[in-house]
Design a protein around this ligand. Structure first.
Ligand SMILES: [Zn+2]
Length: 420
């Protein structure tokens, strides 16, 4: 199974927007790129929304059938580990092995030593084609990398072996993610993480490192753009080297998590991908859920009332809702509008405050991030919420499609004429 050069992870918390999401991808594909859709959902999202992995499979299959989509597509068990993978086995054919919590865990001394002796040939100055300065590989650095990542890659191998046994070799895509941590992995760390995965025969097809800078949910990138560009390009080149040197799958590519809405780094990424003719997997965060709230507000009447209710409940429970996402949001509480104020808003004011048009005078990224993490509030509204999604399907579907196509696929793939 091969994911293809370009692919996009589309999350859909309430499983009503599969068709609108696919319409956006088909529209982009008409212009000559070939983007593979991947519907992803994590265990955490399933718990909040009380949905099941089979629901995602059903949504994907239905969207593909209804729109007569002929390309390949996947269902991603996002951020699973050995404790949570079991219910996803049947319905998923893409697994994101989240090993972040094993970073820094102790490994057997003999495993560390075996890794160190297998790396002897890389000691000294290591030339990676395309990277100007050779990498400085010392025994101290390798020991540090082993102590940091050996246990995590061992965990990836254990989850992979479990899946191989259950689903059969070659019947699923393997992603390894380490993005939900505080400090970024450097390109040199990435190189040896890939070696460890290759040594353990994990056929990783996408790898999601933690990049430098902030990848906050649903809002633009915050960080040093030059530094990001340098790191992203070195990661791309390191992957290319690792494929040849360690015999990893040819299609191995970067996966950018919380990749939606990172408008300021899209041109940087596309330039580098184009320069080196490389692929990308971009996971959009819960941006589709935000479009549902925007669509409801836009619809007015009971839709706007529901959008306001979601805000007031989120505002009153902000501490609880933000707690699980503390590493991936930055909300300035002072800049959140009061519930009373929002309750007086028109459809237009609500939509413009929430929608991600960075230079719109009403856009408020604090408001947007709070709603982003507040999908549990809508989940608690249960059929009151989902009935409104059905009632206002057309306007919401347009918002979802426009967001994915205009602000994401067009910016990343279509305008830059990336060729599959
Ligand atoms: Zn992630």
């Amino acid at each position: 199974m091969n994911l293809g050069k370009y692919s996009i992870g589309i999350g859909d918390r309430f499983s009503h927007q599969g068709k609108a999401q696919l319409r956006a991808i088909m529209k982009a594909n008409k212009s000559g790129v070939n983007i593979t859709p991947v519907w992803n959902k994590s265990n955490r999202e399933h718990i909040y929304v009380k949905s099941k992995p089979e629901d995602v499979r059903q949504e994907a299959d239905n969207a593909v059938k209804d729109l007569n989509f002929k390309g390949q597509y996947f269902v991603d068990a996002d951020h699973i580990n050995l404790d949570t993978v079991e219910p996803f086995v049947e319905s998923s054919d893409f697994f994101t092995l989240d090993v972040a919590s094993f970073i820094g865990k102790k490994s057997d001394e003999k495993d560390v030593n075996a890794f160190l002796s297998s790396c002897e040939k890389y000691l000294g100055k290591l030339d990676i084609p395309g990277i100007q300065e050779p990498l400085e590989v010392t025994k101290e650095l390798l020991t540090e990398i082993a102590n940091k990542f050996l246990a995590a890659t061992q965990q990836a191998s254990e989850i992979y072996e479990y899946l191989k046994e259950k689903k059969g070799e070659g019947n699923f895509i393997t992603e390894v993610s380490m993005d939900e941590v505080e400090s970024p992995q450097t390109p040199i760390e990435m190189l040896f993480i890939l070696k460890m995965l290759a040594d353990k025969a994990v056929p990783v097809q996408t790898i999601a490192p933690k990049f430098t800078g902030r990848f906050n949910k649903g809002v633009d990138y915050v960080g040093n753009l030059d530094q990001f560009a340098r790191e992203f390009e070195e990661d791309v080149l390191v992957i290319d080297f690792a494929i040849k040197e360690f015999g990893l799958p040819q299609e191995l590519k970067l996966s950018v998590h919380s990749g939606s809405d990172k408008f300021s780094i899209y041109p940087i990424m596309t330039n580098i991908l184009k320069k080196h003719n490389k692929g990308l997997h971009l996971k959009t965060a819960g941006t589709t859920w935000l479009e549902e709230v925007i669509g409801l507000a836009k619809a007015g009447g009971d839709g706007l009332d529901a959008a306001k209710k979601i805000y007031s409940n989120s505002y009153n429970r902000k501490d609880e809702l933000c707690a699980p996402y503390v590493d991936v949001i930055d909300i300035d509480i002072e800049k959140l509008p009061s519930v009373d104020e929002v309750n007086k808003w028109s459809s237009e004011k609500f939509v413009n405050t929430l929608r991600h048009i960075p230079d719109h005078p009403d856009y408020n990224l604090n408001f947007r991030q709070l709603i982003h993490v507040a999908y549990a509030v809508a989940a608690e509204m249960d059929t009151e919420y989902t009935n409104l999604l059905k009632k206002h399907e057309e306007v919401i579907g347009q918002c979802v499609e426009e967001n994915i196509y205009e602000r994401h696929l067009k910016e990343l793939f279509v305008k830059s004429k990336l060729i599959s």
